[in-house]
Write a protein of this length. Structure first.
Length: 38
């Protein structure tokens, strides 16, 4: 679980660095869904 959290944080950080707002919003939606499920 901790590893998944770290990967998610690093992934969002990479997306932010790239400046891809679409990927960022998409990842955020998926993350929110996963979070609600967990």
């Amino acid at each position: 679980m901790a590893r998944l959290g770290r990967m998610g944080i690093s992934a969002s950080a990479v997306a932010g660095a790239l400046g891809d707002t679409r990927m960022r919003s998409l990842g955020r939606q998926l993350w929110e869904q996963r979070r609600s499920v967990l």
